[in-house]
Design a protein around this ligand. Structure first.
Ligand SMILES: Cc1cc2nc3c(=O)[nH]c(=O)nc-3n(C[C@H](O)[C@H](O)[C@H](O)COP(=O)(O)OP(=O)(O)OC[C@H]3O[C@@H](n4cnc5c(N)ncnc54)[C@H](O)[C@@H]3O)c2cc1C
Length: 313
């Protein structure tokens, strides 16, 4: 359930999933569940702390991985699942993430039901979103009574100019100045958080982001389709990974598998990125008005169709 509020903390709507902010699962929980099925470190299959510098295609459809320690290894298939600032992406495309004009500042609250009853009331069992014009405050309840806050606003990337981001009190003062006139209960999101503020300027890849297929190299998740965080990025990354695995299993060559995977993933990513952009423009309009209305419909009913690579078995 998402609670939608105006800046004076008046509830203007209650919505099920998919309106404004899609509920999210705990990243730590998802990671722990996934890593239970990952071969242990001892097999050498997973190498933690082993970062990649670049990837280059080789003749005969294989690819060379350049590690940060200046060693190299050759593989039949390199999958760039390395996020927004992918080191694999340059092997496929010249696209670079650019600032979307919106910044999210993250804050955290622990044990809200005991320590922050006001925050617990605001967020309820799901999410809360309050908005006026180009600013919003979002709360998401995660597991174990933990609440994550996003302080979101459209503005220049250097909104904190002259303030040391490590100086929590100075950042707090700068943020409070942006939310003058908002209800005291909402301002507690800026006043009572634990730990510091995490500055997250929003970066996006161009839409559509595509490439001519390069043998032995592909991308998934944010590396392929970094988009405004509209509640589907992690889902899409997991879906990409599942479908790519199915495609590799279901085809006799890597080339066929990548054809099948990319022919489904790229259009789906473009469609979701376009919707995420529209959603961002609706939620964070480039306007001086303090309009608190949420756009009526922000996300299509079925944003993640159960699509499969065309030739997967
Ligand atoms: C503020 C915010 C809120 C969000 N909220 C949601 C939400 O509610 N729901 C949702 O679905 N999505 C949300 N997203 C989006 C979601 O976090 C991403 O879409 C998702 O994490 C993408 O997964 P990924 O595996 O592609 O990339 P990442 O999660 O970025 O993982 C990339 C991995 O690659 C590793 N890596 C990076 N560079 C290298 C290198 N050179 N060598 C080796 N490894 C490397 C990194 O350490 C990291 O482990 C949000 C994003 C932001 C910024």
């Amino acid at each position: 359930m998402t609670i939608i509020m105006a800046p004076e903390a008046r509830v203007t709507a209650r919505a099920a999933e998919g309106w404004g902010v899609t509920p999210t699962s705990s990243r730590t929980g998802t990671f722990q569940r996934a890593s239970r099925h990952t071969p242990s470190d001892r097999t050498g299959t997973v190498r933690w702390g082993h970062s990649v510098r670049a990837v280059t295609p080789l003749p005969h459809g294989t690819a060379r991985l350049h590690h940060h320690n200046h060693t190299t290894e050759d593989f039949d298939l390199v999958i760039g699942a390395d996020g927004a600032w992918s080191r694999v992406r340059p092997a496929l495309s010249d696209a670079q993430p650019s600032y979307a004009g919106v910044t999210l500042v993250e804050a955290h609250f622990g044990e809200v039901d005991h320590r922050h009853p006001g925050i617990a009331r605001l967020v309820g069992r799901g999410t809360m979103s309050a908005k006026a014009g180009r600013r919003s405050l979002v709360l998401q309840r995660n597991s174990n009574g933990h609440v994550r806050a996003y302080i979101n606003f459209r503005g220049p990337r250097d909104w904190h100019a002259g303030v040391d981001l490590a100086d929590t009190e100075a950042v707090r003062v700068r943020l409070l100045a942006q939310y003058q006139g908002w209800d005291e209960s909402l301002l507690d999101i800026l006043r009572d958080n634990e730990g510091g503020f995490i500055n997250r300027p929003m970066f996006v890849l161009p839409v559509p982001h595509t490439w001519r297929r390069v043998p032995g190299i592909t991308l998934l998740g944010d590396a392929a389709h970094l988009m405004p965080p509209a509640g589907v990025g992690a889902n899409l990354a997991l879906l990409d990974a599942t479908e790519l695995a199915q495609s590799v299993i279901g085809h006799s060559t890597i080339a066929e598998a990548l054809d099948a995977y990319e022919s489904v993933m790229l259009p789906r990513a473009a469609e979701n990125a376009k919707t995420a952009q529209q959603m961002l423009a609706g939620l964070m309009p480039d306007t001086d008005s303090d309009d608190a209305a949420f756009p009526d419909s922000l996300w299509p009913a079925d944003p993640l169709p159960d699509s499969r690579p065309a030739h997967a078995s």
